[in-house]
Design a binder for this molecule. Structure first.
Ligand code: ZN
Length: 237
């Protein structure tokens, strides 16, 4: 069973490497997606700003028409009072229009900035995609290598498991799942008190009776606290 534990440990190491390599690809895929989302959001912003800009342009043009009409009316004004009223109206419209013009210019500047930002993000996406492709290729190679290592170790695992009774093998697998592969725990003896034993996995006390049983019988003994399969330090089983 100690042999099985060491094979199990190696198996888990390689499986961890494999999943880490695969996770690396997923992380980079997510980075591309995040950038893509940022780009989409930016483009939508630009779209909205353009609609706004068109609206301002329209407003400017229609106010220009009004101003032209007012200017024409000025020439045909019959009284000073009427003339003054038209002039005030025209100047108010002109002031409005110059405000709108400022807004429109600012908006165009924003659109330009956003378009530049889009360009930057697009470049980042391109770089990230290239990096992702490289990582993908590397991962394919290393995954194939890990996969064949796993197969070899799994074969060793089966060999090591051959001599272990089915019932014990089930327990081993179950405990290994619980403790990330660590199914066995060494019984530790405290130097100060010769008859006091503890589980090397959880450090709870183990009765001398259990230890005696383990030394005299072939059956497996498990820690009553953490359920790990207990082994003696010098045991070769
Ligand atoms: Zn324990």
């Amino acid at each position: 069973m100690i042999k099985l534990q060491s094979v199990e440990n190696r198996l888990r190491v390689v499986k961890t490497k494999l999943s880490r390599a695969r996770r690396n690809v997923i992380i980079q895929e997510n980075q591309v997606r995040t950038l893509q989302n940022a780009l989409d959001a930016k483009k939508e912003e630009i779209q909205l700003a353009k609609v706004q800009s068109d609206r301002l342009e329209l407003e400017l043009r229609s106010t220009d028409e009004v101003i032209n009409k007012l200017r024409a009316a000025l020439n045909t004004a019959k009284t000073n009072k009427g003339y003054a009223a038209l002039l005030t109206e025209m100047n108010t419209r002109k002031a409005d229009n110059s405000k709108t013009e400022e807004q429109a210019l600012e908006l165009l500047k924003d659109i330009e900035d956003d378009e530049q930002e889009c360009q930057i993000i697009e470049n980042q996406i391109e770089q990230q995609k290239q990096k992702l492709e490289e990582t993908r290729k590397e991962t394919e190679q290393s995954a194939a290598k890990y996969q064949s290592e796993i197969e070899e170790i799994e074969f060793e695992w089966q060999q090591a498991a051959e001599h272990i009774p089915q019932e014990n093998l089930k327990i081993f697998k179950r405990v290994a799942e619980t403790y990330d592969g660590e199914a066995l725990a060494i019984i530790e003896q405290r130097d100060s008190r010769p008859q006091t034993y503890t589980c090397g996995g959880c450090f709870m006390g183990i009765t001398a009776e259990s230890v005696n049983l383990l030394m005299t019988k072939d059956d497996i003994i498990r820690c009553p606290n953490c359920t790990r399969i207990l082994i003696l330090q010098e045991s070769k089983g």
